[in-house]
Design a protein around this ligand. Structure first.
Ligand code: SF4
Length: 340
């Protein structure tokens, strides 16, 4: 470890639009146990070099500096974070870091495969909450969508999460036209049965092949219309910087969320930064520039120098993702190497 502890920055990481960044998403690996068609090719991709991946020491140090800059929550993602050999240790170290308003909150987004064996260790290490991705309840459709016959393992993961102390428990589904848009109601009922909150995500242009087609995306309005055929929905106020717009179902307590990044962007209240598994800082999911924290770390940079990289990233953040801009260019990096 080099450099001394930096003084806390009460102002926090504020960008040119006044957005205060409190949430750091950390991709632990670009590898995954599934091959979702909207993410990567069946054969996978050339994985990031092992020696380029951040170590637990490096991740802990970056989160400590970020906490000094006002970051309050960390979400661990991938690829698939359960594949990362250091997952439990990273959760333990991050959960022990004091943030501006108490211990850093630690969440994780996973595809749920192998979750039953990890949950006791994750709970003990200090994980607070879980999001589990499930796009379909149909085994054949699951096999087509993910190129793996693992629905039964995902369901076992969700069941193990239901029995755990990790709350709130959220289930995420990417809705695609003619693929799983006929399961919207079924997925909500499944989530309610598992004491979880279902969230529907609009399909975004983040696939490795750059084959995204707006026509395949099912927009917010259609998702809500499908839900309203079965449920009474009451919008819930104050989403703050949260991506999901929440609705109470049939008078509650069950809720459902819609993450309408494309048709109803929420960039105006974005509070997120992203750290890739190979130590690149991204100020937006759709950023095309990255700042290299790994080289700085391994080059002996002080905490102040690391802090300044966080500040530089935030100060260069655009107003939004720009998907509707004529000049929009999809990021080079695929979703598997950015993280949710
Ligand atoms: S697209 Fe970028 S700016 Fe918009 S909410 Fe997502 S991360 Fe934030």
């Amino acid at each position: 470890m080099t450099g001394s502890q930096t003084a806390a920055n009460p102002a926090g990481l504020v960008d040119g639009f006044g957005r205060v960044h409190r949430d750091l998403r950390i991709s632990l690996t670009d590898k995954c146990s599934l091959r979702c068609t909207y993410c990567m090719p069946e054969a996978g991709v050339p994985w990031l070099a092992k020696q380029s991946l951040l170590t637990p020491d490096e991740i802990e140090r970056l989160v400590r500096v970020a906490a000094g800059e006002g970051v309050e929550t960390v979400r661990l993602t991938g690829g698939e974070p359960l594949i990362s050999p250091n997952l439990i240790e990273i959760v333990r170290r991050v959960a022990a870091i004091e943030g501006p308003s108490g211990p850093i909150g630690v969440a994780m987004t996973t595809n749920g495969i192998r979750l039953p064996e990890f949950i006791p260790g994750l709970e003990e290490a200090g994980l607070n909450r879980l999001n589990i991705s499930i796009d379909t309840l149909d085994p054949d459709r699951f096999r087509e969508l993910t190129r793996r016959d693992r629905l039964i393992d995902v369901l076992a993961g969700i069941e193990a999460a239901r029995r755990s102390t990790l709350r709130p428990l959220k289930l995420n589904a990417v809705v695609m036209r003619g693929v799983n848009d006929d399961e919207i109601v079924d997925l909500v009922e499944f989530a309610i049965e598992h004491d979880a909150e279902m969230r529907f995500i609009e399909h975004m242009p983040l696939d490795i092949g750059h084959t995204w087609d707006r026509g395949e995306m099912v927009p917010r309005e259609e998702i809500l219309a499908a839900l309203r055929k079965r449920f009474r929905l009451e919008p819930l106020p104050d989403r703050g910087g949260a991506p999901a717009e929440l609705f109470e179902i049939d008078g509650g307590p069950a809720k459902v969320g819609v993450i309408a990044s494309v048709s109803a962007p929420f960039c105006g209240s974005c509070d997120r930064l992203r750290l890739t598994a190979d130590g690149q800082l991204r100020n937006c999911l759709f950023a095309r520039e990255e700042l290299d924290l790994r080289t700085a770390l391994r080059g002996g940079a002080s905490d102040e120098a690391i802090r300044d990289i966080f500040r530089a990233s935030v100060s260069s953040k655009r107003a939004g993702h720009g998907i509707d801009d004529p000049g929009f260019v999809q990021p080079e990096r695929g979703m598997n190497a950015i993280g949710g």
